[in-house]
Every structure is written in structure tokens, then in C-alpha cells.
Design a protein around this ligand. Structure first.
Ligand SMILES: Cc1cc2nc3c(=O)[nH]c(=O)nc-3n(C[C@H](O)[C@H](O)[C@H](O)COP(=O)(O)OP(=O)(O)OC[C@H]3O[C@@H](n4cnc5c(N)ncnc54)[C@H](O)[C@@H]3O)c2cc1C
Length: 386
């Protein structure tokens, strides 16, 4: 069976790796970026315990490599901008594994390295054709040239949130915007950072999220409401705006918030901007010749850090189904109910960032058994494929 994987980010690389040594599969990956590209645009990320569990069970070598390249994520706390503690959780109370935090570029390096030999870099998918046998033929732009590598029995769309293969095989999905601006910043040399593990800080509905990364760096993510359908303005991209939304108007900011706002103002030109949005869940093309994986299938809000986490879970589990002779329908049956739960849970957990919501009360409420039970389900419910 000849399988072409479009996009070797998180899900695509892992699927290729998991199937690379299975007899009967001929695998080829196609990636838009150049080999060894070290894009820091994503800055840092936290990967949740469920992805670590999936890797531990199904891909122990990748599990070890991920642990070595990262810092453990054990604690999650939420404070007000003045430093009042609202939520404090030891992840092992609701999980079997710790999570991890690492640089985005490190995750990509780690995932791509084992599959470099079967990946063609600098290949951007631009069109889709069919050969005489009815197999799909992806068409790539390579430099200024148009290139084809023949027909495939199955194409895997692992080309992310703005998947070209999803557009070409199933039409353009309409994203749902939630009216919240997201910023990401990497502070490379942060020896004076006054905290370590994963924290969130609320000033009204405006939220800062931050943690230390390997190598002395710190990741700072901001979020503030802008209104559904609105885009960011030039004024919102200024240091003055960062101070206005994250610093308390009347009281003194706690040292952590003061430090993050100082860093954001200092490095304001390096901040990356996005809007909180979801893409409708879809598992593949109607004819079953294209499988959608990761963000391509179900780009979700990043509130619970489940985007790359689900892409990792999905990479190993989809590979297990394919190994057993299953296809798009079987992967949908295994994955879609779980993905739907995770997506709905992530949107619900965004409640405290909605304008007018009482962010402090909602954050305290997350210590209640109902939220923790859902978190346990998210962090541990990784199925065994038989
Ligand atoms: C602000 C923000 C913060 C986030 N924080 C977290 C977090 O803390 N934890 C977490 O788990 N997740 C987080 N995520 C989500 C996470 O980044 C994604 O869910 C994850 O990267 C999805 O993996 P993927 O393999 O599906 O796609 P990607 O990692 O996006 O990989 C897609 C690959 O396809 C390639 N590609 C794209 N188009 C083409 C084309 N036409 N031809 C060939 N190749 C192509 C790309 O170059 C890339 O290599 C965050 C997302 C955002 C927006």
C-alpha cells in the first residue's frame, strides 16, 4: 500500500515513524519547509499527560526522546494579577503521566529527525490529480517547478490548521471565531524569571500564561477579548496596550505579572499574533482516499493545550488502526468521539476569557470535582487498539 503523508509537523511525522517498519506499507512524506528549518513562530508549548501516555504505550523511543528534550510539567496554578491564588493542581492527582514543556522548534526537530530519510522537503502541495488507475496524485511546487511523484492508495492530510489537502479534497472549512486575541512570545534569556512551572494570571478577562522552557527560555502567551469577527488593531499591538490589559488598574501587580508585562513591552516587535478559532471536525474525503489527521481534521482552541497533544495521540493511534488493516472509517470510529469531547471541554474551559465573565470565580470553580473528573478523562483515556 503506497501512502503519501502531506505535512511532517507533529501528527504526520509520528504516523510516518510508526508505519515505517511495517511490512506492506510504502511511505513517503512531503513537507513544505526546507530540511532543518528551525521556525520559532510557535515559540513554546506544553504537551499534556495523555500524549505522553500514548507515546509511552505505543512508541517508547519517541517518549524517551521527548522527555529528554523537555522540562516536566507537574503543576498548574491560576492567580489573579495581584497574586491571589485561585487554583492549584498537582497533575498527578488527575493523570498517570506528567506533561512536558518545550520549545516548538525542538518538538519539530524531534519529530522530523526519525523520518527525514522518507521525507521530501521543500515540497508544497498545490493541486490534486488522479492517475489512470483512479489513485490520487498530489502536485507540488518545488522552487519554481511543478512536481509529481505518482499515484497513492491513501493520502494523509497532516498539513495543519490551514490544510491545502483538506480544501482540495473536501472543500474549504469555515472556521468558528471566538473573539479572543492570542499572543505568543519567547523570552530567550530569562534567568530573572520569578516562577518555573505552568501558571496563568487573570486581570479581568485578560489572561497571561507562562512557564520556563529548557535552555533558560520562558514562554509567555497572552489572551484578551476583541469581539467575534474582529481583527487586531495597530493600537492593540503596542506596549501601552499590553500594560493596559494585563496590569491591574488600581492595585499593584504581583511580581510574576510585572515581569511578564516588562518582557512583553521590551520584546513587543517579536510577539506572534493569532485569533482563537476552531475548524469543524472532519475525518477525511467522502471517497475514503484522503485521511485527515491532527489540526487538519480538528483544529481546536489552545485553552487546555490539547492541539499538539491530540496530534501526538492521533499519530500513534491512527498508525495502529492502519497496521490492523483499518482505514478512514475505523480511525473516525476510534478518534472522533474522543476528539469531540476534548474540543467541547477546551471551549468550555475558555469561559473565563469571555467578556463579562467572573474570571476569578470561574478559576476557583475549576478545583471542583466536575472539572477535575473531565481533566482526568482528558489526561488518561487513551484507548488500547486491539
Ligand atoms: C496560540 C497557540 C498556542 C498553542 N499552544 C499549544 C500548546 O501549548 N500545547 C499543544 O498541545 N498545542 C498547542 N497549540 C496547537 C498546536 O500547535 C497544533 O495543534 C499542532 O501543531 C498540530 O499539529 P499538526 O501535526 O496537526 O499540524 P502542524 O504541526 O501545524 O504541522 C503541519 C505541517 O504541514 C506542513 N504544511 C502545511 N501546508 C503544507 C502544504 N501545502 N504542503 C506541504 N506541507 C505543508 C507545515 O509546514 C507543517 O510542518 C497551540 C496553537 C496555537 C495557535
Amino acid at each position: 500500500m503506497r501512502i503519501g503523508v502531506i505535512g511532517t509537523g507533529v501528527a504526520g511525522s509520528l504516523l510516518l515513524e510508526c508505519l515505517s517498519d511495517v511490512p506492506g506499507f510504502q511511505l513517503e512524506g512531503f513537507e513544505r519547509v526546507a530540511e532543518g528549518a528551525r521556525d520559532e513562530a510557535g515559540t513554546g508549548l506544553n504537551i499534556c499527560p495523555n500524549a505522553l501516555k500514548a507515546l509511552r504505550l505505543y512508541r517508547p523511543a519517541r517518549h524517551r526522546a521527548l522527555l529528554e528534550a523537555s522540562l516536566p510539567w507537574r503543576r498548574w496554578f491560576i492567580d489573579s494579577a495581584t497574586g491571589e491564588r485561585l487554583f492549584d493542581l498537582d497533575l498527578l492527582e488527575v493523570a498517570e503521566d506528567l506533561g512536558v514543556r518545550l520549545r516548538w522548534s525542538e518538538l519539530y526537530r524531534l519529530m522530523r529527525e526519525p523520518v527525514a530519510a522518507c521525507t521530501k522537503y521543500g515540497h508544497e502541495l498545490v493541486a490534486l490529480e488522479e492517475d489512470a488507475a483512479g489513485r490520487l496524485v498530489p502536485v507540488f511546487r518545488v522552487g519554481g517547478e511543478t512536481v509529481r511523484h505518482g499515484g497513492f492508495d491513501l493520502l494523509v492530510a497532516a498539513d495543519g490548521r490551514y490544510s491545502q489537502l483538506r480544501v482540495l479534497s473536501a472543500g474549504e472549512p469555515v472556521p468558528e471565531h471566538h473573539g479572543i486575541a492570542l499572543t505568543r512570545l519567547l523570552v530567550p534569556d530569562a534567568a530573572d524569571c520569578p516562577y518555573d512551572d505552568y501558571g496563568q494570571w487573570f486581570n479581568g478577562n485578560n489572561r497571561l500564561l507562562s512557564y520556563r522552557l529548557p535552555g533558560g527560555a520562558v514562554y509567555i502567551a497572552g489572551a484578551f477579548p476583541i469581539g467575534v469577527g474582529a481583527d487586531f488593531t495597530a493600537e492593540q499591538k503596542t506596549a501601552a496596550h499590553a500594560r493596559a490589559v494585563y496590569l491591574p488598574a488600581e492595585d499593584e501587580a504581583c511580581p510574576a505579572v510585572a515581569w511578564m508585562v516588562d518582557q512583553t513591552c521590551r520584546l513587543i516587535d517579536q510577539v506572534h499574533w493569532a485569533r482563537l478559532q476552531v475548524t469543524p471536525l472532519r475525518r477525511g474525503s467522502a471517497d475514503g482516499r484522503v485521511l485527515f489527521l491532527g489540526d487538519c481534521a480538528h483544529a481546536m482552541v489552545p485553552t487546555l493545550g490539547q492541539g499538539a497533544t491530540q496530534a501526538l495521540e492521533e499519530g500513534v493511534l491512527a498508525a495502529e488502526v492502519l497496521k490492523r488493516g483499518g482505514g478512514v472509517a475505523e480511525i473516525a470510529a476510534l478518534r472522533d468521539p474522543r476528539v469531540s469531547f476534548i474540543r467541547a471541554f477546551s471551549v468550555a474551559a475558555t469561559d473565563s476569557m469571555q467578556p463579562g465573565a467572573d474570571a476569578l470565580a470561574l478559576s476557583r470553580h475549576k478545583m471542583q470535582p466536575e472539572f477535575l473528573a473531565k481533566l482526568r478523562r482528558a489526561y488518561t483515556d487513551v484507548p488500547e487498539v486491539v
